[in-house]
Design a protein around this ligand. Structure first.
Ligand SMILES: N[C@@H](CCC(=O)N[C@@H](CS)C(=O)NCC(=O)O)C(=O)O
Length: 208
């Protein structure tokens, strides 16, 4: 059996953060399909047996079960020695970006993409609000990436893997990528790393 098991589904950028890390780090892992669109994460069974928070990704490693991408990425970085900070200052800087990602960067954009790109709700005051918030967060990262190749200096870390989780999905969200040339160049640098695979090819869309 592979060393790591990742509970995930292909449309999830949060799961993709963990899957990307496992692949880029050369880990021996397998996906465990979760039927999110069929309501599995909202079931009592999933919350009782897999994650009380009702979310994926969930990473199994031996007797350990981890949830929250920030925790999973940190755990894998510490275990593998890949994509971690080199000292306390870098590790704190990585944590800063991961917290910003979870609160402002991934959260608004992922919700916008869910409504507009996957549920096809059309435009509303909610999608306008989310796009405005995502635009602000993207603008901050765009400016930062004008100064350096990756979020924490000149080498990729789990901060990049976290923020890049939703960057490779093809769904239309109404954000204009041409407004973010630094983000675009950065996501291409990550995609050029050995072991990178696009999300819909890396994780399952249905049960095996
Ligand atoms: N902050 C969490 C977010 C995880 C998350 O939102 N996962 C979504 C899938 S992309 C989920 O499982 N949602 C369950 C639901 O809304 O029922 C993390 O970083 O792991």
């Amino acid at each position: 059996m592979p060393e790591y098991r990742l509970h995930c589904f292909s449309a999830s950028g949060n799961a993709y953060k963990a899957a990307m890390m496992l692949n880029l780090s050369g880990c021996d892992w397998e996906p465990v399909f979760v039927d999110y669109f069929g309501g599995e994460t909202r079931s009592e069974k999933f919350r009782a047996e897999v994650n009380e928070l009702g979310e994926i990704p969930v990473l199994d490693h031996g007797a350990k079960r981890l949830t929250q991408t920030g925790v999973i990425l940190t755990y894998l970085a510490r275990r593998t020695g890949k994509f971690d900070g080199r000292d306390e200052d870098e590790r704190l800087e990585i944590l800063r970006w991961i917290l910003f990602d979870n609160h402002k960067f991934t959260s608004y954009y992922a919700t916008l993409r869910f409504l507009v790109g996957l549920q096809k709700t059309g435009e509303s005051s909610v999608t306008e609000f989310l796009r405005a918030r995502a635009t602000t967060a993207f603008g901050m990262v765009e400016k930062h990436l004008g100064k350096q190749s990756f979020l924490v200096g000149e080498r990729p870390t789990i901060a990049d893997i976290s923020l890049a989780g939703y960057m490779y999905f093809p769904e239309e969200t109404g954000m204009k990528w041409s407004d973010y040339p630094n983000l675009d160049a950065w996501k291409k640098r990550i995609a050029a790393l050995p072991g990178w695979v696009e999300p819909y090819k890396l994780m399952p869309s249905k049960a095996a």
